[in-house]
Design a protein around this ligand. Structure first.
Ligand code: BGC
Length: 349
């Protein structure tokens, strides 16, 4: 079967190859992959900057944002042939640490967790994979192939949960949220904010194209300038760019008692001059919370499934701006200005 693989640490080593079919020891449920989304992490892995091959292997099958259909599932597994499913990206460490032991692998303490398509576990850019039922999440058939958005939505569902948990240390009646970045993560974060009944303001650089429309269509407000020019004292900021200057901008402009949740993985090695004393002083004097958030556990996938099931399917479908057939996979790794979510079509639905 076909698979897209990479040699982690080696730039431009992605290739389409003939890969062994999954064996029953990989899991009792056999899944036909339909499509796999590409995100910044995949681009970093393809660029040789991130990623680990499975132990004893040189190559890693890429892909962690997937949608597929069950081909074969044992009776009593909770899955049946034809179900739309998404594979959970992170698997608990083998020790397991106390978080992994209770299913909170997104908070793994010892770093020995694995991640499909990223860290020591083959990913979903292959025509079939196998998984145990507890590593799969069912997706509403009304969403179908758009279930490919479930994994990125799980990441922002966790971000919202984390921010709310910090904010709830005191009485909290949030009204205004800011989201920085109108890529897939920012747009999905905005969607959840709107579903929560907040006035959501999304900040991005693009002055035209699809992004401003996508933001307005869910009832959020789109801005291109600095935060302070348009929004004062937001209750919550979900930072989705990882751009260091924007991260500190967010920290500087959060309202008193508010929370900034950081979700962007920044590139490293660039220096920024900041008044650290001022940052500390305002954080302390205004009870500001800053929380980092990565990955997602099953609860967040379930929250994400609810968010997607409640969203407008037409809007969700507009987020997928390019579908690239598996044989032309290299095109999916070339960013184009109008891209929101690019997916590789592994097989027909
Ligand atoms: C994935 C997460 C993963 C993180 C770090 C992100 O792109 O969505 O599931 O934990 O990368 O590897």
């Amino acid at each position: 079967m076909k698979a897209i693989t990479v040699v982690p640490g080696k730039a431009n080593s992605t290739s389409l190859e003939d890969f062994a079919a999954p064996t029953p020891d990989e899991g009792s449920v056999l899944v036909d992959t339909i499509a796999v989304g590409i995100c910044g992490t995949d681009l970093e892995i393809a660029g040789g900057e991130y990623g680990w091959a499975p132990l004893g292997h040189e190559r890693l099958v890429l892909g962690h944002e997937s949608i597929g259909r069950v081909r074969e599932a044992p009776a009593g597994s909770g899955f049946a042939e034809g179900d739309y499913v998404v594979g959970i990206v992170r698997r608990p460490d083998p020790v397991p640490c106390y978080n992994c032991a209770v299913g909170e692998w997104d908070f793994c303490r010892n770093g020995q967790y694995t991640e499909h398509g990223i860290k020591s576990l083959d990913g979903f850019m292959r025509q079939q994979y196998r998984a145990e039922p507890d590593a799969l999440v069912k997706v509403d058939s009304a969403l179908g192939e758009l279930g490919v958005l479930l994994e990125p939505t799980s990441v922002v569902a966790k971000a919202w949960e984390q921010a709310e948990r910090v904010a709830n240390r005191a009485t909290w009646h949030p009204k205004v949220a800011v989201v920085t970045g109108a890529g897939p993560i920012g747009l999905l974060a905005a969607l959840i904010g709107v579903q929560k009944g907040l006035a959501v303001h999304v900040f991005d650089q693009m002055t035209d194209g699809l992004k401003p429309d996508l933001v307005r269509e869910i009832g959020a407000t789109y801005h291109t300038g600095p935060i302070e020019q348009s929004v004062t004292d937001p209750d919550i900021i979900i930072e989705c760019t990882g751009v260091a200057s924007l991260v500190f901008d967010a920290i500087e402009h959060i309202g008193s008692g508010g929370v900034v949740c950081l979700t962007g993985v920044s590139s490293i090695g660039r220096e920024l001059s900041i008044d650290a004393g001022m940052v500390n002083r305002s954080m302390v004097l205004a009870n500001e919370g800053i929380v980092g958030s990565v990955n997602a556990n099953r609860r967040h996938y379930e929250d994400a499934a609810t968010a997607l099931a409640t969203a407008n399917v037409e809007w969700l479908s507009k987020l997928v701006t390019r579908k690239v057939p598996i044989d032309d996979f290299a095109q999916a790794f070339e960013r184009q200005p109008d891209d929101v979510k690019v997916v590789i079509q592994i097989s027909a639905e």
